[in-house]
Design a protein around this ligand. Structure first.
Ligand SMILES: C[S@@+](CC[C@H](N)C(=O)[O-])C[C@H]1O[C@@H](n2cnc3c(N)ncnc32)[C@H](O)[C@@H]1O
Length: 250
């Protein structure tokens, strides 16, 4: 209850429309998904890094560095880190000698960022960069948050110069059946528990469910090629609990 005796606001209720979809309502689509995802990340931003480190046993740090190495770009390359969140990838890109620019939908995540790289609030489907103006794009653990992947990949192809590279990370389900079982218990039960204790229950219940948005690997690789890339490859990391898509702009 609020101080005036009315019901306290739901953290994910989009501010203007209290009946709007939230991530607690399942798997939203279209503009509802954009609003629900933005509100969710605004809510969990203050403890996002802490929960991430705990639930991945710090493996997320190594996965981001691996993605940057896989870009295989010379130093001082201009790299857009799409869905940069609190800026971890931007920090690693600077350490690798690149010139990152972070873009994220959630002002809360950007406000919690600890990087000196320039950060822009924006949507993956409308990136504020001229055609052919950047050398690389990274993206960490955000593919399943986008409304649609083909237009996002087309947007990456638009802003990249020919020969530019992408390195896109996301969670995955391990191919080994025993590991898959253990992973599904951990991801489906333990992660929501940790997230609920340290941050927000609904957000960390949504996390395992949101994997359902990811297309099958072959389908995603075909989307990458259709968007204008060559050398599309998928690499499994840490036994397949994480996956990395790389490709070169034609
Ligand atoms: C799981 S977090 C990942 C953050 C960071 N990349 C990392 O590696 O920790 C997903 C991020 O995607 C952002 N995001 C979701 N939809 C987006 C969109 N349409 N455009 C830009 N960013 C988006 C969220 O705001 C959130 O910060």
């Amino acid at each position: 209850m609020g101080a005036d005796g009315t019901a306290a606001p739901q953290p994910y209720r989009w501010l203007v429309d209290s009946s709007a979809t939230t991530v607690d309502d399942g798997l939203p689509e279209g503009e509802e998904k954009v609003r629900a995802v933005r509100a969710m990340f605004d809510t969990i931003a203050p403890r996002y890094d802490l929960v991430n480190r705990i639930m991945t046993f710090r493996m997320d740090v190594g996965w981001r560095r691996r993605a940057i190495r896989a870009l295989d770009l010379g130093t001082r390359s201009v790299v857009v880190d799409l869905a940069c969140g609190t800026g971890d990838m931007c920090i690693d890109l600077v350490d690798a000698g690149h010139r990152p620019i972070g873009v994220d939908l959630s002002f809360g995540m950007l406000a919690a960022a600890r990087t000196d790289a320039p950060l822009i609030q924006g949507d993956a489907l409308r990136l504020p960069f001229p055609d052919g103006s950047v050398d690389g794009v990274t993206c960490g653990f955000a593919l399943r948050n986008f409304v649609s992947l083909p237009p996002m990949l087309a947007e990456l192809a638009r802003i990249l110069r020919p020969g530019g590279r992408i390195a896109l990370l996301d969670v995955a389900e391990p191919p080994n059946p025993v590991m898959r079982l253990g992973h599904s218990v951990y991801f489906g039960r333990v992660v929501p528990l940790i997230g609920g204790l340290l941050s927000d229950k609904a957000a960390y219940r949504y996390l395992p469910k949101s994997v359902a948005y990811l297309p099958e690997p072959d389908e995603l690789l075909a989307m990458v090629v259709d968007a204008g890339f060559d050398d599309a490859e998928r690499t499994l990391l840490s036994g397949g609990i994480s996956q990395l898509y790389t490709a070169t702009r034609r």
